[in-house]
Design a protein around this ligand. Structure first.
Ligand code: IPM
Ligand code: MG
Length: 384
């Protein structure tokens, strides 16, 4: 680690959202405040509504003021959206559509999901210790296209049981489309990530069945010729799901469509013990958006028992990837590792001998550890 040489001023728009969103964003904001105070940075943290909370307050899941604030931010930190309170709303007016509109509105076509088994949490992986040995991979999920944004709807059609039948039924449809350009830009990002890591890229598709996947595979294969330092493999999505569980250490960077990336990233989060542990970064043309990959967990909301680690790792990912503050990011991650190694856990990652604490207590412990470790650095220098 090297000490930060610069003081920065940044505006980070907070979108707490629904359920446990406000609790985990409060935790991440606290970590950013400690970071700003200790390193002399200035982080403005204005809050705006999104999701169900925004529907209740304004009638829309993504109010225009929220989108405008995000467009001028240096980065955005979002908690989670959705909940049973809004489940009866039609698709397109639900809390989730606010998140999709935000990703689309900012043209964020990349979603990076780092999946890393934290050293102190080795034994909470559902895999046997021998198999869970080294899980350190990145899922690069396409975020602005595919079946999420293709034509969809529910229409009335004639029931097709017999030629004489006259009654009707409904038909739901969603359309998966990818253009060459959309595939090229996400694959180019994924090649770049692989080049900065172990130089292995696995492209996930269903090219034995889907035309959009056949184009995906053809495009990734063509781009591979320009990235000869990267070993490229292609895997059908069903096999990729199995391989993630059987032999996760074979993966370095995975690149997948919007839907396949969504599904595989929850499966991969299961491998590291809890979906509460995984951050994500979305980027493209607008300001980058950071969000833990977990949902709003309505059953936990308001009980101070949510796991803030996914959101806290979003803060450190933001510092490293968007602001170039690698020392600060590492300092936060080390403090987190220390607190976990001392046995403090939220309920979802508890082991029999753990001290189970709530969201705010775990966050406070991490902030104290950050301060204590910085005092040590001031006394003895970095690198100890
Ligand atoms: C995610 C979530 C979202 C998605 C939902 C909430 C719309 O599952 O970020 O993984 O499907 O992208
Ligand atoms: Mg998901």
């Amino acid at each position: 680690m090297t000490p930060a040489m610069k003081n920065v001023t940044k505006t980070i728009v907070l979108l707490p959202g629904d359920g446990i969103g406000p609790e985990v964003i409060g935790a991440a904001a606290g970590i950013l405040e400690t970071c700003a105070a200790e390193f002399g940075h200035r982080f403005e943290l204005p809050e705006f509504p999104i999701g169900g909370t925004a529907i209740d307050a304004t009638g829309a899941p993504l109010p225009p003021e929220t989108l405008e604030a995000c467009k001028t931010a240096d980065a955005i930190l979002l908690g989670a959206v959705g909940g049973p309170r809004w489940d009866a709303l039609p698709l397109g007016r639900r809390p989730e559509s606010g998140l999709l509109a935000l990703r689309k509105g900012l043209e964020l076509y990349v979603n990076l999901r780092p999946i890393r088994l934290l050293e102190p949490l080795l034994f909470i992986s559902p895999l046997k210790p021998g198999r869970a040995g080294r899980i350190d991979l990145e899922i690069v999920r396409e975020l602005a296209g595919g079946i999420y944004f293709g034509a969809h709807g529910i229409e009335t059609v004639n029931r097709n049981v017999s030629p004489a039948a006259t009654d009707s039924e409904e038909r739901g449809f969603d359309t998966e489309t990818y253009t060459t350009g959309e595939i090229e830009r996400i694959a180019t990002f994924a090649f770049g990530r692989a080049e900065s890591r172990s130089r292995r890229l696995t492209s996930v598709d269903k090219a034995n069945v889907l035309a959009s996947s056949a184009l995906w595979r053809k495009t990734v294969t063509r781009l591979a010729a320009g990235h000869t330092g990267v070993t490229v493999g292609h895997m059908y999505v069903d096999n990729a799901a199995m391989q993630l569980i059987l032999a996760p250490e074979q993966f370095d960077v995975l690149v997948a469509s919007n839907l396949f990336g969504d599904i595989l990233s929850d499966a991969a989060a299961g491998l590291v013990g809890s979906i509460g542990l995984v951050p994500s970064m979305s980027c493209g043309f607008g300001p980058p958006l950071y969000e833990p990959i977990h949902g709003s967990a309505p059953q936990l909301a308001g009980r101070d028992s949510a796991n803030p680690i996914g959101a806290i790792l979003c803060a450190s990912l933001m510092l490293r990837e968007t602001f170039g503050l690698a020392a600060e990011a590492e300092w936060i991650e080390r403090a987190l590792d220390h607190v976990l190694a001392r046995g403090f856990r939220t309920a979802d990652i508890a082991e029999p001998e753990s001290s189970v604490v709530g969201c705010s207590a775990l966050t406070q412990l991490i902030r104290e550890e950050m301060q204590a470790s910085l005092e040590q650095v001031e006394r003895y220098g970095w690198g100890v």
